[in-house]
Design a binder for this molecule. Structure first.
Ligand code: NZQ
Ligand code: ZN
Length: 386
């Protein structure tokens, strides 16, 4: 196992009715900006619960944060934060609202001239300070509620880029599984697959003798496979919703990735598909992962075989046959929750592949657990999904 340092200070308030506890977590002496998305919180009662729980607090609101939050929109919020002297942010929404709120928190205190550098010059700009954030999560998927990552889209340049900093980890996140009851099938499916692939990015690499991390990862995969379809079948199944929600948080709160190699190549390529074609984040991952497994079958062989055997019970045949079956099972699982897995399914033309590989070429960036996946390999991964 590799050396590691792990600290996760996010307080989780989990369960039915927990939104009512907000008053215990929010500061009384600060001006709070409540951020939200396109309005789902008004339809499902979450907004009313938040308002009821925060009577007497000094709160203003900023709505309209899009799915795949736009830099352009977030900068409007940054202006409001400065004008109104906001000093605390409360995100009420899914991963996009929370990621956007993290960006607002960092940009409000950013000292450089160009806030986009927070993402664009991620390796040079290290975010040390940000406004404090609290969160009410309404969509289990990203793990944003318990990590320091955020992904932002700049519409004018069709870029979708990430940044991370411990400074933007929420101080607390409220996870009430009842918020799932109002989610459309599309978002439940996205959440299942996004969380599943977060686990895969931290698991499907090469062995470093870390059996506990492996079994944590496999436990989350099994739970998503068992509980995800129950949520899809019955949106009011509280127990299934709770298990799904906690699985998504555990998939990306840092724990399972400690002391082991991590990949994230599927995400890096997937972000480009969203940037160019607006495809939902999880769907881009479901397209890329099978190609990644196929092209990297040699490098990832031991872990693919372990995953195939422990998750899908595949133990017969040559290594290549078992890997083929494992990829097919993975695709079948994504399709079973309603997520298509090829580029033509989303009407992505072959030319997009060249646009994506040129971007990696320009950035001089290699990805994967050994940083050895470049434009040539990315081309093969995506061509396999045509
Ligand atoms: O905007 P509203 O009206 O709230 O509607 C949203 C949105 O249309 C709706 N929704 C959310 N909660 C709902 C609901 N509808 C009904 N009932 C509810 N309870 O769902 C739609 C999608 O929401 P969004 O926040 O975009 O989804 P998700 O949570 O999947 O977030 C996706 C974003 O997170 C990034 C992705 O790249 C993408 O931009 N990611 C963030 C990560 C992180 N911070 O660690 C890691 C991930 O890999 C991912 O990249
Ligand atoms: Zn993801």
């Amino acid at each position: 196992m590799y050396n590691f340092e792990f600290k996760n200070p996010v307080k989780i308030l989990f369960g039915k009715g927990k939104i009512a506890k907000l008053a215990n977590e929010l500061p009384k002496d600060k001006k709070i900006l409540l951020t939200y998305g396109g309005g789902s919180i008004f339809k499902n009662g979450v907004y009313d619960q938040v308002k009821a729980a925060t009577k007497g607090f000094d709160i203003i609101e900023f709505g309209g944060i899009e799915a795949n939050p736009h830099y352009e929109t977030l900068m409007k919020a940054v202006s409001i934060v400065k004008e109104e002297k906001v000093d605390y942010l409360l995100s009420v929404g899914g991963g996009s609202v929370l990621d956007g709120t993290k960006f607002i928190a960092a940009a409000a205190l950013f000292e450089g001239d160009e806030p986009w550098d927070i993402c664009a010059k991620r390796s040079e700009v290290s975010i040390q300070k940000a406004l404090p954030i609290g969160a009410v999560l309404t969509l289990p998927a990203t793990g944003s509620e318990m990590n320091g990552n955020a992904v932002v889209t700049r519409v004018s340049t069709q870029e979708k880029l990430a940044f991370d900093s411990p400074a933007v980890m929420p101080q607390f996140s409220v996870l009430d599984p009842e918020v799932i009851f109002s989610l459309p099938d599309r978002q439940v499916a996205n959440g299942i697959v996004d969380a599943f692939i977060h686990v895969m990015e931290q698991y499907l690499t090469f062995p470093v003798n870390a059996p506990l991390q492996d079994r944590f990862a496999e436990g989350i995969l099994h739970t998503l496979i068992e509980e995800g379809p129950k949520v899809l079948a019955n949106r009011n199944d509280y127990e299934a919703a709770a298990n799904f929600m906690w699985s998504a948080t555990m998939a990306l709160n840092g724990l399972i990735g400690m002391g082991v190699p991590q990949d994230w190549g599927t995400h890096m390529i997937g972000h480009e598909l969203t940037a160019y074609h607006g495809i939902d984040h999880a769907r881009t991952l479901a397209i890329v992962l099978p190609g990644m497994m196929d092209i990297r079958r040699k490098e990832k062989q031991e872990k693919i075989l372990q995953y195939g055997e422990r998750i899908w019970g595949i133990s017969e045949g040559t290594s290549d046959e078992r890997i083929d079956q494992t990829i097919s099972k993975t695709i079948a699982f994504f399709e079973s929750v309603g997520i298509k897995t090829t580029l033509p399914d989303y009407e992505v033309p072959a030319e997009t592949i060249g646009r994506i590989t040129s971007r990696f070429e320009e950035r001089g960036m290699k990805i994967g657990e050994k940083a050895d996946i470049g434009p040539k390999e990315i081309q093969l991964i995506l061509e396999g999904r045509l």
